[in-house]
Design a binder for this molecule. Structure first.
Ligand code: AMP
Ligand code: MG
Length: 342
């Protein structure tokens, strides 16, 4: 299959919308990462997304909408029957990088939701994304446009690296602003639970809802833990979000996370760097200070770039987990397979 390169012009977005409506796959920019879009109501199209990504079929997709009115056909009983907190978040936080898990309407096929009776929904902020969904005229299922397991793509070139020849088209937009995926919050229980942390933080949601919000237990990893290597604990977690249990964000190079103050970091990175070079490996260092937004914006792009440059081992400096740092640390931990050096 030849993958079309489309621009962000009105005419190209209309063409991309046609492709999605007629069952094809189009990668497109959102404010978080590039998504791989298909008609969420078309089982065949959704199956081909799983296939193009090599994604396990029990890992449900986020359904993207362009307008609040589009919620009606997706959630149980229509938008009016949504839990009150969900109504507040939809009103205050959309469009934006926040995904809500809600009870699904029977019209949403099981393949889209990985067989669950809930559906994850987001209204993205990115203008190209919104125009595309509106042009398609259908809700758009869109996981990140990468091969399953690799770092999510934040540029059109990163998308092509994984998807060229496997999908119908890519909209060649700008680099994504946020750089990590949306915050996913489960709104189906008595209290909202964050299943995947992102740039929309727990504190921010609590302020909007004026209630306490919790994290899914699987997200609470204590890096102060005494054990040196946490990779063993990785498979012990049972996240409520199916996708969170899979290997994620892994570049080809081995990744190790280094925690500790400036001095500890400098010492460790020196020691491990020298050790790596002695073994004939080419080491790289990623450090973002404590700027969580910058780290989010650059992390996946940097991991992919270091792969292209042929590095064998990447040392990432762990980031402070306050605020948006929590979501960034979640991605860092996963890309390192929970290998933390302290
Ligand atoms: P991505 O493929 O990067 O768009 O990731 C989508 C994330 O949302 C994955 O972690 C999914 O497991 C999660 N997700 C999607 N739908 C649901 C759902 N109905 N319930 C819980 N998590 C979901
Ligand atoms: Mg993904």
């Amino acid at each position: 299959m030849k993958t079309l390169r489309l621009s962000t012009s009105e005419i190209d977005i209309a063409r991309a919308g046609d492709i999605i409506r007629s069952g094809g796959l189009v990668a497109f920019p959102t404010e978080t990462v590039y998504g791989l879009g298909a008609n969420a109501l078309d089982e065949e199209a959704v199956r081909s997304v799983y296939e193009a990504k090599g994604r396990p079929s029990d890992n449900p997709m986020i359904v993207h909408i362009a307008d609040i009115a589009d919620l009606d056909g997706l959630v149980e009983g229509g938008a009016f029957r949504m839990p009150p907190y969900a109504k507040i978040l939809a009103k205050q936080m959309w469009p934006g990088p926040l995904t809500m898990v809600l009870r699904k309407n029977p019209s949403v096929p099981g393949v889209t939701t990985g067989g669950l009776d809930t559906v994850a929904i987001r209204m993205p902020m990115n203008e190209t994304a919104r125009k595309l969904i509106a042009e398609a005229g259908v809700p758009v299922a869109a996981p990140s446009a990468n091969t399953s397991g690799r770092p999510s793509p934040t540029t059109a070139y990163d998308v092509l690296e994984d998807m060229d020849g496997r999908i119908d088209a890519v909209i060649m937009g700008d680099q994504c602003d946020v750089g990590i995926e949306s915050t996913v919050i489960d709104m189906t229980g008595d209290e909202p639970i964050i299943l995947r942390p992102g740039i929309v933080t727990k504190e921010w949601i609590e302020k909007v809802l004026r209630t306490e919000v919790s994290y899914d237990n699987s997200l609470l990893i204590n890096i102060e833990d005494e054990s040196e290597d946490m990779s063993g604990t990785y498979t012990d977690f049972k996240p409520r979000s199916p996708g969170m249990k899979y290997k994620h964000y892994a570049p080809k190079a081995k990744v190790r996370l280094i925690a500790g103050d400036n001095e500890t970091f400098a010492e460790k990175v020196m020691e491990l760097g020298v050790e790596a070079m002695r073994e004939g490996l080419k080491p790289a260092i990623l450090e973002y200070g404590n700027d969580a937004n910058k780290a989010a914006h650059k992390l996946f792009a940097d991991l992919r770039e270091l792969d292209r440059q042929g590095y064998d081992i990447i040392f990432i400096r762990a980031i402070d987990t306050k605020g948006a740092g929590f979501g960034v640390m979640n991605r860092m931990l996963k890309s390192a397979g929970y290998d933390i050096v302290k």
